[in-house]
Design a protein around this ligand. Structure first.
Ligand code: DQA
Length: 143
């Protein structure tokens, strides 16, 4: 099973970016942890982009090539109809992940364009959320 894990803007700064909110693990360390968790029978493709168009391209690619999609769209979660539409066009199971719990933060983070077009939402569990998302996808697809 191939799982594409896509990360949006500013997540390349994890480790130093507001560690009191996002923790001290870097994105590379999270990728390593998730790959270990997924084991050898599952292929993990881990990507990060600061660009909305590239994120749309990566979602479309996941629709063509992957068996499941995990997305932390970061701030595009709250702004991007393009990301919403791209997810709608993708038939594979989809999980939305956030390190923090956006509903417990500023009001502008309370709306998600992603949540209505995914199967599962995981928020507030920190890096563990990515592992939970992989487990959810494996269970969902039964592979
Ligand atoms: C985030 C939450 C978003 O509101 C924020 O813009 C991010 C990170 C999270 O993982 O907690 O960049 O998606």
């Amino acid at each position: 099973m191939r799982i594409d894990i896509l990360n949006g803007p500013n997540l390349n700064l994890l480790g130093t970016r507001e560690p009191e909110i996002y923790g001290s693990m870097t994105l590379a360390e999270i990728a390593e942890m998730v790959k270990e968790h997924a084991g050898e029978s599952h292929q993990i493709i881990f990507e990060q982009t600061n660009s909305e168009g590239t994120l749309v391209d990566l979602i479309q690619r996941a629709g063509r090539e992957a068996d499941g999609l995990i997305l932390n769209a970061a701030s595009y979660t709250h702004t991007s109809i393009a990301v919403h539409d791209a997810l709608k066009a993708v038939a594979v199971p989809k999980v939305e992940v956030h390190l923090s719990n956006p509903l417990a933060r500023e009001e502008f983070r309370h709306h998600s364009y992603v949540s209505p077009v995914v199967n599962v939402v995981i928020a507030g569990a920190g890096p563990e959320g990515y592992r939970l998302a992989v487990t959810a996808l494996i269970n969902m697809t039964g592979s």
